[in-house]
Design a protein around this ligand. Structure first.
Ligand code: HEC
Length: 191
């Protein structure tokens, strides 16, 4: 019996892993780690992470797009002070984007989004508010203070890998152009 359970667990893991592998890499953050250590966070925020961020929010993109986004939300005066104190780290918004409403704006869109298919989740106002609290707290923990330098290094590495990936894909696309053009011609006139 335990063997059957283990086999089943392995199958589920494979299904999840292949679903994750199929999600396209559209942003540098998509190449980041898909989980972070939240063991020291307040219980309410750990619950938002476990029950919403790494599950419901991870249906369209992996949690990496959320966890490794450049966004850092601080109140306006704190954001201005942070930017003044860290000119090098905040010079490129692709690396670190400090904005007073960084997450609020995105989450408002998510909350107002109508259901589009049977897979895409919809979010209650309470869920959005819980996720917002998590994102603001988590970004402050991992993207400021003595972890700022580490985050900037990781973001730069992700951007570099992403740009290289894009270049490689462009090269492949150009190399395939001849075949693709012939293929398009063949398929063209159908219906
Ligand atoms: C319906 C599909 C879908 C769901 C569900 C979804 N997202 Fe996204 N998310 C996207 C798309 C598409 C983008 C990239 C375009 C954009 O920024 O709107 C994105 C981008 C992001 C970004 C990156 C923004 C940036 O500028 O780097 C964050 C952060 C994010 N999502 C967080 C979340 C959170 C948190 C949830 C759960 C509340 C969530 N997403 C659920 C589709 C989704």
């Amino acid at each position: 019996m335990p063997d059957v359970r283990r086999a089943l667990a392995a199958l589920l893991w494979l299904a999840a892993a292949s679903a994750a592998a199929e999600r396209p890499i559209l942003y540098p953050a998509d190449l980041g780690a898909t989980c972070v250590d939240v063991s020291g966070y307040p219980a309410e925020l750990r619950a938002a992470y476990e029950d919403i961020v790494v599950t419901k929010c991870a249906i369209c993109h992996t949690p990496a797009r959320v966890l490794y986004s450049p966004l850092l939300e601080l109140p306006p005066d704190e954001a201005a002070a942070f930017t003044r104190a860290h000119p090098a780290e905040t010079a490129d918004p692709r690396v670190l984007a400090v904005r007073p409403k960084a997450f609020v704006g995105y989450l408002k869109q998510m909350w107002q989004r109508p259901p589009c298919c049977s897979l895409c989740p919809v979010f209650s106002k309470a869920e959005i508010s819980a996720v917002w609290k998590f994102l603001v707290y988590d970004a402050k923990v991992r993207k400021t203070g003595d972890r700022l330098a580490e985050f900037v290094t990781v973001r730069k590495a992700l951007i570099q890998r992403f740009d290289r990936l894009e270049e490689t894909e462009e090269r492949h696309a150009n190399a395939d152009d001849g075949h693709a053009a012939a293929g398009r011609g063949d398929r063209g006139g159908g219906d």
